[in-house]
Write a protein that binds this ligand. Structure first.
Ligand code: HEM
Ligand code: HEM
Length: 205
């Protein structure tokens, strides 16, 4: 039977269409927090902890397991994104802002795949086994066939450079644009931040 929502219910339904799906909001903030923890952990493990010590090995094993966890979450998030259209942007948002925001979002999705995949490739080029929170995890399929077994040192260095440097700096640039864009819109009368929260528009303004 068809029923037409009325009163407060109508508002809730209309508002629901203007915000991201609840699962998308959870995914956005969980993955954002895990990514920042992961970058900090990668930096601490490489630059702060002394080499070849138990604490560095522990940090590395957490970094690997957390990175693979992020990869699984990102694949789930992309599946969710492909099946749930985001709410339409404010009608008066200029075209160049829409394009830039779309480009940054697309870059984020690419980075969220490329960062863990290059990390996985890096550990797959070594002969030792990979542990995922204590469970065995396979090497990245096809990577040794593609890059050599054993891969030349220069190839391993290149993969490492992409993982620990190039992608991280692209991520930082995209992140700066993303946060600046969200804050700009928050204060210029076209707030979008509440769309990615559980807040009501009036409470988030
Ligand atoms: C979203 C996921 C990931 C992010 C953002 C990330 C980020 C980083 C960062 C920032 C560093 C150190 C940079 C520095 O030296 O200052 C690093 C190093 C490293 N990461 Fe990741 N990582 C991710 C996933 C992974 C995964 C999934 C693996 C393995 C399965 C991995 C393996 C490694 C290894 C082995 C190093 C040390 C490289 C070396 O110095 O030899 N990472 N990562
Ligand atoms: C590691 C950090 C972050 C990543 C990787 C990330 C990634 C993303 C992605 C991919 C989208 C697009 C969602 C889609 O349409 O499919 C998005 C949307 C959004 N993000 Fe983030 N984000 C991060 C941090 C933040 C922070 C810190 C803020 C707040 C200042 C924020 C605010 C928003 C808002 C408001 C939207 C919705 C934009 C719209 O309405 O079109 N994000 N984010």
């Amino acid at each position: 039977m068809n029923s037409t929502p009325t009163g407060g219910k109508l508002n809730d339904v209309a508002e629901g269409r203007r915000r991201y799906a609840t699962a998308a909001i959870w995914m956005h903030w969980t993955i954002a927090a895990l990514l920042l923890i992961q970058i900090a952990l990668g930096w601490i493990m490489n630059e702060v902890l002394p080499d070849h010590t138990p604490s560095q090995r522990l940090a590395e094993s957490i970094h690997i397991s957390l990175g693979l966890t992020i990869l699984i979450l990102v694949v789930a998030r992309i599946a969710l994104r492909l099946t749930h259209r985001p709410p339409p942007l404010p009608a008066d948002m200029p075209g160049w802002e829409r394009t830039l925001s779309g480009l940054v979002h697309f870059t984020f999705y690419l980075l969220m795949l490329a960062m863990p995949l290059t990390g996985w490739a890096l550990v797959s080029l070594a002969d030792h086994s990979i542990s995922f929170w204590g469970l065995p995890w396979p090497h990245l399929p096809g990577i040794q066939a593609m890059l050599g077994n054993p891969a030349p040192k220069a190839t391993r260095q290149a993969v490492k450079h992409i993982h620990v440097f190039i992608l991280i700096w692209i991520f930082m640039a995209a992140w700066t644009l993303h946060v600046a864009g969200a804050l700009k819109h928050q204060f210029d009368g076209r707030p979008v931040l509440w769309r990615m929260t559980w807040l009501r528009p009036s409470a988030a303004r």
